[in-house]
Write a protein that binds this ligand. Structure first.
Ligand code: NAD
Length: 256
């Protein structure tokens, strides 16, 4: 797909990987739709992209709420009359072990709470389902095809301490492959990205820093990834019409 003048929405794009992805597409002439639950963040990202000479518009949306997602895509269609690229990127971490055991007493001292499980499932799995559904519905009706890019994680293979997150990301990877087949009749391609450890707020602030140090030692290229390296992968997926039905692991060689 030619990127210039195409309408591209990235959920969770107030910062981190989402904003980096819009910067890549915006630099190539795409019309960037910044959307995030963080309203100030949306405004700041739009201002920043515009200051770099890009076309950017902001819409606040909570991907975990059906009505909010429906309104997001309806507004994009009303304002721009097309939708070409949808990146399903919004995500959160609420890490913890399934159970924590006190060796001295032989008793359980903690469990992953239902709230901890559900909050991650709501954003990282239900949010991806809702945004893909609305993106696909509008793309199909508009009749110009499109590209849908769900963001998974290498944790989709099952990372200890991330029951909720790994389950959601494995679901995202499965949906990516099945949507490829369901949506091909509308000329919609679906291809996912599963990043490794990338230097964003999620990793530098939200992740357990001891666990991060241990993981860093194991990354074959010897460093964390940069957000622009994931954005580069998105640019490749959007441009290359042969890419569909895969989840590209971009991780500096680390395997979970
Ligand atoms: N950074 C990494 O190493 C890494 C690795 C693998 C996968 N990922 C995935 O990449 C995506 C982006 O991660 P990031 O590192 O940029 O994280 P980040 O925390 O920097 O950014 C996530 C953005 O999502 C937004 N968000 C959270 N809940 C939302 C909701 N309900 N509705 C709309 N927006 C919401 C946040 O406000 C934030 O701006 C996530 O899906 C994450 O799981 C990140």
């Amino acid at each position: 797909m030619e990127i210039k003048n195409k309408v591209a929405v990235v959920t969770g794009s107030a910062g981190g990987l989402g904003k980096a992805m819009l910067e890549r597409l915006g630099a190539r002439g795409a019309i960037c739709i910044v959307t995030d639950i963080n309203a100030d963040g949306v405004q700041n990202a739009v201002d920043d992209l515009k200051s770099k000479g890009m076309q950017a518009h902001g819409i606040v949306c909570n991907v975990a709420q059906e009505e909010s997602v429906e309104q997001l895509f309806q507004k994009i269609r009303t304002d721009h009359g097309r939708l070409d690229v949808a990146v399903l990127n919004a995500g959160i971490l609420r890490d913890g072990l399934l159970i924590r055991f006190n060796k001295a007493t032989g008793k359980i001292k903690g469990k992953m709470s239902l709230e901890q499980w559900q909050s991650v499932i709501d954003v990282n799995l239900t949010g991806v389902f809702l945004t893909a559904r609305e993106a696909a519905a509008h793309m199909a009706e508009l009749g110009n095809g499109g590209v849908i890019v769900p963001i998974a994680s290498v944790a989709m293979h099952g990372n200890p301490g991330q029951t909720n997150y790994s389950a959601a990301k494995a679901g995202v990877a499965a949906m990516t492959r099945l949507w490829t087949r369901e949506l091909s009749k509308f000329q919609i391609r679906v291809a996912g990205i599963a990043p490794g450890f990338i230097a964003t707020e999620m990793v530098m602030k939200d992740m357990n820093q001891k666990a991060l140090e241990a993981w860093k030692e194991k990354i074959p290229i010897g460093r964390l990834g940069e957000p622009d390296e994931i954005a580069h992968t998105l640019e490749f997926i959007v441009e290359n019409d042969l890419v569909s039905g895969v989840v590209l692991e971009i991780s500096g060689g680390i395997h979970i």
